[in-house]
Write a protein that binds this ligand. Structure first.
Ligand code: WT7
Length: 663
């Protein structure tokens, strides 16, 4: 592990408030050493950290050297803060790097994707040679439709092979893709098509979700009523359901299947745009996060190789995210393919047709690396331990987590029940904006602590600062920042440089501010505490929702918890908790008292919730994040705000009914 002196840990005294609060909150002492055999042949060792500490630009050059360049770059970094250009003058083709070069290296028969549809028995195996042909056909089709380098292509597809194929076809010709998650409404789709000024939309009749076909095309039709700029809509036939066919529509099989399976990949500039991906944030218009070509591919590929210890000859890697999110862009499509990995893609939900579907897939494909989200892990905990016991998961060797802070108990459950206590768990912190993993344990190096993202990756200068922007010492807490540019960083917000500056580079002078709270423990390891707006102020103490939630989940009866601060006449804000009990647990009269005492014992009396509600479900966005804003509405007895981004809005009705004040 690194020395602990890196990145100028300063000696300034942090704000007293954050010091006081955070010192009494963390008492996690469990540590899991890397398995000896994994450490012995790990892709990354302590030497990699030392190398990057000595010369980070040389380190980033070595990551770019893992790619195949049509023209080598002249300048590694041009930093006109906060605007970065990486590998300036270099030229490469992303699709060539992800597909063709592996075929040329004799690996055409290697499986790129095991695709598993939601209906059982509906699966496809796609080799790198297959992918090369499919991507070439799709690229030829896009060109026939008039798509040229720099044009924007909106993509609204279920998790079917045509989704990665479309992204690679765009990358191949230099068109900029803008994927809109298939669960979003027509209004969301329309605003994104407008903002990016997309010329073509790629969609499907529908996809399978929860055991039945779920339509997509009608949503596109509705969105396009007010999108005159869209010239063509290409429709994949997936479910065969009835759809309206309009003038602009053309079936994927009609235009793609008849194309030549050869397509010359032109080199593109390292800084040419690769894609736009919208992130909703908590307020205002969605932001079109812009990623470019060379630095993005170098960093996603290297981090995928490093953080998951990927051995492409033998590993079977499965990231359960939807390609509609950045996790899917970076760690289902670009990173894994650039590394020549074999991946699993699954179309549907984890409970279809039964709650063991994930483990059945792990067993079927002998998955060795699994990357999923805390929300999924807590759902599996809730379903009970006996479900996964029916499947052979001995192939697994590395587990990953992403999307929100993972509660220590969920981490330990994941490690023991899914990983058989032998697999390291990497808790990876990053964002749509960072493009690639920034903070994470390394499976062959780090003695990981449950719930901690641990240390910045080699080359990443992440730090924790107080509200004046001074580094906090070990044991302190404050705001996460990144001090130096990194290759996969967003380049701007599409069409709005000023908003890019204001959102990310204005809170602290010269530093990137991701919007997350964090603390650095006595050993110098990092704990992410969620968005800074998820901090409660109780009787003058800053308490993070994450820490109270983790304390609740550490009680044997609790599967999942969401905590909010509600206005309180006495304490300013009071803690209100919503909990879901584990599968076999009955709700008893004294459960609330038990849990309140448990939190007091774990975190201290100041963190004791005023109120604890046992609920059947929690409101979540489609990317699995808890919508605390709505819970705050309930806790403060207000009518509910906007519920349109919820996966299931009946959840809020169930919760409101349980709240005594709201009855
Ligand atoms: C926000 C970014 C990165 C892909 C998925 C989410 C939270 C993400 C962790 C983690 C604690 C995490 C942060 C971050 N987050 N991973 N391992 N520990 N928090 O991408 O939708 O852009 O969300 O997710 O708050 O800022 P995103």
């Amino acid at each position: 592990m690194r020395s602990g002196k890196e990145h100028g840990v300063a000696t300034e005294t942090p704000g007293q408030e954050s010091q006081q609060t955070l010192s009494n909150l963390m008492s996690e002492t469990r540590r899991f050493e890397p398995p000896a055999d994994l450490a012995a042949s790990a892709n990354v060792t302590a030497a990699t950290f030392e190398e990057a500490d000595r010369d980070s630009l040389a380190f980033w050059e070595s990551t770019a050297d893992r790619l195949t360049w049509a023209r080598r770059w002249d300048t590694t970094l041009e930093w006109n803060a906060p605007f970065a250009k990486w590998f300036v003058g270099g030229e490469l083709n992303v699709a060539y790097n992800c597909v063709d070069r592996h075929v040329e290296a004799g690996l055409g028969d290697r499986v790129a994707y095991y695709w598993e549809g939601e209906p059982e028995g509906d699966s496809r195996t796609i080799t790198y040679a297959d992918l090369q042909k499919e991507v070439s056909r799709a690229a030829n089709a896009l060109e026939e439709l008039g798509v040229r380098k720099g044009d924007r292509v909106a993509v609204y597809l279920p998790m079917i092979p045509e989704l990665p194929i479309t992204l690679l076809a765009c990358a191949r010709i230099g068109a900029i893709h803008s994927v809109v998650f298939g669960g979003f409404s027509s209004a969301a789709l329309k605003s994104r098509i407008h903002d990016a000024d997309a010329k073509v939309v790629i969609t499907a009749d529908g996809g399978y979700r929860r055991g039945k076909p779920s339509a997509l095309k009608p949503t596109v039709d509705e969105a396009l009523e007010e999108c005159p700029g869209v010239e063509h809509v290409v429709v994949v036939r997936r479910t065969g359901q009835d759809i309206a066919v309009n003038d602009r529509d053309i079936w994927w099989h009609d235009i793609v299947d008849r194309q030549s399976a050869e397509h010359e990949p032109a080199p593109h500039g390292a800084e040419d745009p690769l894609y736009i991906l919208y992130t909703s944030g908590t307020t205002g218009r969605p932001k079109g996060i812009l990623h470019t070509t060379g630095g993005y591919l170098a960093q996603t590929a290297w981090t995928h190789h490093a953080v998951f210890d990927l051995k492409p000859e033998t590993d079977v890697y499965w990231c359960t995210a939807d390609i509609g999110w950045v996790t899917g862009h970076s760690y289902i499509v670009y990173g894994p393919l650039a590394n020549g990995a074999t991946s699993v893609i699954y179309e549907g939900t984890p409970d279809t047709p039964h709650k063991g579907r994930f483990w059945e897939i792990v067993q079927k494909y002998k998955v060795t690396i699994l990357y999923t989200a805390p929300t999924a892990i807590r759902t599996f905990m809730k379903w009970g331990d006996d479900i996964r016991a029916k499947f052979d998961m001995s192939s697994l060797r590395v587990l990953g987590s992403v999307g929100e802070p993972i509660n220590p108990e969920a981490y330990v459950w994941y490690r023991e029940n899914i990983g058989g206590s032998r697999c390291p768990v990497v808790d990876t912190w990053w964002q749509t904006e960072t493009g690639a993993i920034m903070i994470s344990p390394m499976p062959g190096v780090t003695a990981a602590k449950p719930g901690a993202a641990m240390r910045p990756l080699p080359g990443i200068s992440a730090d924790v600062v107080d509200d004046q922007g001074n580094s906090v010492p070990n044991g302190g807490g404050g705001f996460l920042v990144v001090r130096e540019p990194w290759p996969a960083m967003l380049r701007t917000i599409w069409g709005d440089d000023q908003r890019y500056i204001d959102t990310y580079w204005s809170r602290f002078d010269g530093m990137y501010f991701p919007g997350d709270g964090a603390k650095r423990d006595e050993d110098g390891d990092l704990w992410l505490l969620g968005r800074v707006d998820d901090v409660m102020l109780v009787s003058g103490h800053n308490i993070s929702t994450t820490e109270v939630e983790s304390a609740l989940v550490s009680h044997p009866k609790v599967a999942e918890a969401a905590v909010v601060g509600a206005t309180d006449p006495v304490t300013g804000q009071a803690i209100v908790a919503f909990v879901i009990l584990r599968g076999s647990v009955e709700e008893s009269a004294d459960i609330a008292t038990d849990l309140r005492n448990h939190v007091a014992k774990t975190l201290g009396p100041i963190a004791k919730p005023r109120q604890i509600m046992v609920v059947p479900e929690l409101p979540k966005t489609r990317s699995g994040k808890i919508m605390r804003r709505l819970l705050r509405d309930v806790a403060e007895n207000r009518s509910l705000g906007d519920v349109t981004t919820l996966t299931d809005d009946s959840v809020m009705k169930l919760i409101s009914e349980k709240m005594p004040a709201a009855k």
